[in-house]
Each structure stands twice: as C-alpha cells, then as structure tokens.
Design a protein around this ligand. Structure first.
Ligand code: N01
Length: 546
C-alpha cells in the first residue's frame, strides 16, 4: 500500500498540475486523483470542433517557470484546444508530474474524520485514500449538463455533449446533425460543424451576443517581445482586474486611432447616433464592448443592444433568421462574453438551418430526431451544447461532508458560502481552488489558479510549522465575505433582473440564484488573501491543540 500523502488533490487540470509542482517544492507528499485518462482538465474534456480559449495564449499560460515561458511557442494568438492540451502535456512531461497523479479515478465521496483529523476519499472503483489536507482542484465548468427533455433516451442516433467530446475523431461527413445550445460552446462549434456535416439544424432557445474573435497567427517577433518582457508582464497581470497584462508589443501596435475617435468619451451615451454607428461600422460589433457605461447604465446598455441587433441584420441575409438571432430580452454584459469565428455568416450557408425554439418550442426527442410544435427534424447526430453545473457542481457531485458528517450540499442549500472561495467553515483543512466567492471565471484562470495554489501551499506549510491541527474560516469572516461578494455584484449588468446566466446558477432549474464569482477584481482579492497570510490567518479559526 502506498504511503499516506500529506495532501490529496482532486483533479489534474491546470490547477491540479500546478499543485503537484508547487507542493513538491514545499516538501509535501502529494497525490492527485483524476477522473480522465490524462492531464488538461477543461482542455482534456472539451475537444469539440472549434474549441478554443478566449484569453491570449501568451497570457493564458503558467508563470511559475521562466524556462517554460522561454521554451514554449504558441502558433496562434488565441489558441485552439489541441494546442492548449499539447502545452498541458508538455508541462506534465517536463516537470514529471504524472508520477504523482492517478488517472481514471473518479472521486465519489470526500469525508472529514474529526477524530483522526484526516480527509478520507473514496473512488468509483472502491479505492480509499486519506490525507490530512484535501484540495479540490475540480474546476468551475467541469460538470456538463443535459436538459431533461422528453424522449431523450429514445434517440437511436449518435449523442454527443460538447463538454464530453470523444477522443476519437467523430465522422460527420454526409450526416444530418442537430445541436441544442448557443452559448460559447455552441457558437464555437456551429461554424465548424457546418463545414463537416451534410446539414446542420441549430436549435436555439436564447439568442446570444457574440463578437468576432481575434484570429491572428502568432508572429515570431511578437512572441519574442513577450518572452523578453515576461517578468514585467506577469507583474502587470497581478495588477489587472481580470488577470491579463494587456501588454502591447511594439511590433503589433496598430496605426493611431483617428482623432475623432480618440477624442470621444469611453461611454456610449454622450456620442451622437451617427458617431456610435460609425464606430461600429469601422470597428465591428466588438466595439460595443469597449464602452464602460454599457455595463452599468441600463439606458446605455439598450443603446448598445440595439446597435448590435442592427449589426446582426447586416451580417445575416435571411431577415427572419437574422431577427431570430437577435437577443431582445437581456443585455450585453449580462453573460460571459462569447467570441466567435464566422458565427453569423454560418447562417448564410445553404446547409444550415436555425430552429427558433421560442417560436416553435421543442416538444420531444424521438428515436429519429427532434420534434418541435411545428415539425419533425430527422437527425443522425444530436449534440448537446447545453453547458455546465458551474462553480458548485463539481464540489457537490463529490459528496463532500465536513465536521459531524455535515454534507456540503446542506451548507450550500441557499447558495455557496465560502471565505475567499478558498475554504468553508465546518470543513477543516479542505481547500477549494477558484471556488465560488473568488474571481475565478472573471479572471484569467491560470493566474487565479497559481495564486490559489501558492496561497494554499503556504498555508499548509504554516500550519505544519506551527503545529496547528486544523484551519477553517471564522463564522464572521465567511458571512461578511459573502455579503461583500453580493454587494460588489449589485448594480452591474451581471445581476440585472432580466439576466439569467450560469454565473447566477440560472441555467439549472432549482439552483439558488446567487452571483457566484467575485467581481471586485483580482488585485483587490489577492490583497485580501495576502493580508490574511501576513496576519497569521486572523480571519480563520486555528486549532492549536495538536
Ligand atoms: O454553456 P452555456 P456553454 N433547450 O450555459 C441552451 C465556458 N466556455 O457550454 O440560454 C434548449 O453558456 C442554453 O439556452 P438558454 C465559458 O465560460 C469557454 O456554451 O438557457 N436550449 C444556452 O444556449 C462559457 O460561458 C469557452 O435559453 C437549451 C446553451 O444551451 C461556459 O463555458 C468555450 C436548453 C448553454 O450555454 C459555458 O458555455 C466554451 C434546453 N432545454 C465554453 N438547456 C472559451 O472560449 C440549455 N440550453 C474559453
């Protein structure tokens, strides 16, 4: 039997991988349990055609190793999934991470044993693991969901989910494909599926605001400039609300902005109708995202929404399809911004058909396809791009129980309660990486992950050096933090009454409506974490009875 590790980590995505590296450096024995057959997390599971990252790769990459930064080359500015997975594999090989990771191991229960002061983990295969500390590196968007649709089990064709895409190539040639869902995953997949399939039916319940992604290949000189400046870029990331440096290499600086634009306010409201339209015409729909007031002022928001809809009508030839693609009942900035490659133009193809489920609701899945109240659609392949049980899903699915056998799902009955998205009272020595109440999905995830793992590693070291038996948040710290998380989200488009996003848990029937990530900005959040560590974790209860 293998020796008991100091720390058990659940998940070998970018967080679990870095945990192995960092905890080893701190002299801790670490064991990672991973459900997949290899490293990469999100980028291991989301292999659907068109999957790519919406943060530039030179920023969405580990900063812990200057050597790694120098030796790795990215082929594109915003990487496709295969390149990010290649990077994850390279990191695993280079730092020999796999020897501390057990793959094909799904954790089905994690229970705190008060007497022994240990976390006991069970796996689907019936294995048991114990350690004094447990780190849940389970990801924010790692539990794919399918809606409960009548007849779903009866479909006899191929069923796929974008978030659980097979490793083997899926042959769509000559096939009639249906896709349900037009969030980020659907919007990325649809243009690629349209090129592969004989015909594609897009079943849309809610239209999306999507803007063109940057699709530049990487220029050698630009990459080199990043590499030459990486240390200051990493500092810049630490001081940016979203954890991105916004470093502009000299070699990629655009021509100066026309004077009329530069003189304009960064708000949309003060501009004349003509000025607003001119900016969108010249710079595209993405320009609407650059106005600050769009996110905080509902009038400004509606001005931008209207211009957006106007733009969709310019891009899509068939006017009823264009009309159906225009969001009308929520505004820009409410949901995670979607970026696309040729999304609207895809609806100009002869082999693509938009099915507006608001006009013709989906009635049932049949053995051969989908029936709406208007007609039946024969399908060979049905793809769900229906999203995830975000932020809390993976933690709850792992059946975590704390002191006295308290299930986490009971503690979170009315929504997730954490201190700093790092710990929960009643669950001593359990840590969450990018948990609810931390910037997580509103930040460059790799920056958020590195900060969390560093903090957790330092905390465990402190506990061991000071002979402290357990750590968990004080009740007051937890409640005031959650109040603060809610308070800073108020007044933003994220929480406007007509906004229903996975940030709020609104994509899951019955899930408490709480804005889960911390919107106060990464630097402010990081300062708070550092403050705790510098003051001997004063917001936490430390049991020194060991
Ligand atoms: O999921 P979503 P996603 N009938 O929840 C529809 C990250 N990500 O996987 O809005 C019909 O956004 C649902 O419709 P509605 C990123 O953070 C990142 O696309 O509920 N439709 C919606 O259209 C993103 O935000 C990248 O009416 C149904 C869709 O399914 C997050 O993952 C790429 C339905 C779900 O959209 C989630 O994105 C991909 C039903 N019964 C993902 N139920 C990057 O670029 C649900 N839908 C990094």
């Amino acid at each position: 039997m293998a020796a008991q590790p100091d720390v058990l980590v659940v998940g070998a995505g970018f967080a679990g991988m870095y945990a192995v590296y960092r905890f080893r450096k701190l002299g801790l024995q670490v064991r990672v349990l991973e459900a997949g057959s290899d490293v990469g997390g999100t980028w291991y599971w989301n292999r659907y055609p068109g999957a790519r990252c919406d943060v530039p790769s030179l920023e969405y990459s580990y900063g812990f190793s200057p050597e790694l930064e120098q030796e790795w080359d990215w082929p594109e500015v915003f990487s496709a999934q295969p390149d990010i997975l290649r990077y994850a594999n390279h990191v695993a090989d280079r730092f020999d991470l796999r020897r501390d990771i057990q793959f094909n191991t799904r954790v089905t229960a994690a229970a705190y044993d008060d007497e022994a002061n240990l976390w006991h983990l069970e796996t689907r295969a019936g294995e048991a693991f114990s350690a004094p500390y447990c780190v849940m590196a389970t990801g924010c968007l790692s539990v794919p969901i399918k809606p409960d649709l009548t007849g779903a089990e009866s479909f006899t064709g191929t069923v796929l989910h974008t978030g659980l895409w097979p490793k083997e190539e899926v042959d769509l040639e000559g096939k009639t494909v249906g896709i349900i869902g037009t969030g980020s995953s659907g919007v990325q997949a649809i243009p690629e599926l349209a090129k592969l399939a004989k015909s594609l039916h897009v079943f849309q319940r809610t239209p999306v605001y999507t803007v063109p992604a940057n699709r530049k290949t990487m220029r050698e000189a630009v990459q080199q400039e990043f590499k030459d400046n990486y240390r200051s870029i990493r500092d810049m990331q630490q001081n940016n609300a979203g954890g991105v440096s916004n470093f502009r290499p000299q070699r990629s600086v655009k021509k100066p902005t026309p004077i009329s634009f530069r003189a304009a306010d960064n708000n949309i409201k003060p501009l004349s109708e003509q000025e607003r339209r001119a900016r969108v015409v010249q710079r595209g729909l993405g320009e609407l995202l650059a106005f600050s007031d769009v996110y905080t002022d509902s009038e400004a928001n509606e001005i931008a929404n209207e211009l957006f809809r106007e733009g969709v009508h310019h891009l899509v030839r068939d006017s009823s399809t264009a009309q159906a693609l225009c969001p009308t009942d929520y505004g820009l900035g409410c949901k995670r911004q979607v970026l696309d490659r040729d999304y609207y133009d895809t609806f100009n193809r002869d082999n693509v058909n938009l099915v507006d489920l608001q006009a013709t609701p989906l009635e049932t899945i049949t053995p051969t396809g989908i029936s709406t109240d208007a007609r039946h659609y024969d399908l060979d392949v049905l793809i769900y791009a229906t999203g995830f049980d975000a932020m809390t899903g993976a933690l709850l699915k792992a059946n975590v129980t704390g002191r006295g056998g308290q299930p986490l799902k009971d503690k979170w009955n009315y929504g997730p309660v954490t201190y700093l998205g790092l710990q929960m009272r009643g669950f001593p020595n359990l840590f969450t990486v990018t948990g609810p109440g931390s910037p997580s999905v509103l930040c460059n995830m790799i920056i958020a992950i590195e900060q969390h793992i560093n903090w957790i590693g330092d905390c465990i070291t402190y506990l061991r050096e000071h002979g402290i038996r357990t750590i968990e948040p004080k009740e007051h710290s937890e409640s005031t933090w959650i109040e603060h998380v809610n308070e800073v989200a108020q007044g933003t488009m994220f929480t406007s009454p007509n906004c229903n996003s996975w940030y709020l848990g609104a994509n899951i029937p019955g899930k408490p409506r709480i804005f889960m990530p911390y919107v106060g900005g990464y630097p402010r959040y990081r300062d708070r974490c550092e403050h705790e560590a510098a003051r001997d974790y004063e917001g936490f209860e430390l049991d020194r009875s060991a």
